[in-house]
Design a protein around this ligand. Structure first.
Ligand SMILES: [Zn+2]
Ligand SMILES: [Zn+2]
Length: 144
């Protein structure tokens, strides 16, 4: 069976950092990709625990850091101060609408806004690299 690209990226990163290979990291990666829409380390820990009770929180946390280092994941720091992680590899850029009532995250992308952001950056003599945009509000469900 062919290895998924994500596994390869992780393996390369692990050998580049001369870390020991571990099967636990692979498990964490698989579970993260399956469930990883804006998960906190704690949420992922609880998901993994159900199937792999021997994997500790510290391993989950460290592994998520590794994912971020090699571009498999990105960190999402919202105004609630909680860090969430989301898969990055193979995903298109998107921004988020955040419900301040229930915490729901909606992924959005608007070509017009993207373009304007780039224009703004360039007008200030910057070369655009990346951005994050979060818009806070109350979602449809919570407004009812
Ligand atoms: Zn809501
Ligand atoms: Zn997202």
């Amino acid at each position: 069976m062919k290895k998924p690209a994500e596994e390869k990226i992780l393996e390369d990163h692990i050998s580049a950092k001369s870390l020991k290979k571990s099967s636990q990291r692979k498990v964490v990666l698989r579970m993260f990709l399956q469930h990883g829409k804006h998960l906190t380390a704690d949420e992922l820990y609880r998901i993994v625990q159900k199937k792999f009770p021997r994997i500790g929180y510290a391993t989950i946390y460290r592994t998520l850091r590794l994912f971020c280092e090699c571009g498999l994941s990105r960190e999402l720091k919202l105004i609630d101060g909680i860090t969430r992680f989301e898969p990055q590899h193979g995903y298109q850029h998107h921004d988020h609408l955040v419900c301040t009532c229930c915490g729901r995250l909606v992924e959005v992308v608007d070509p017009e806004i993207e373009r304007l952001q780039e224009k703004l950056v360039r007008e200030h003599g910057f070369y655009p690299e990346s951005h994050r945009m979060e818009l806070y509000g109350i979602c449809r469900k919570c407004r009812k």
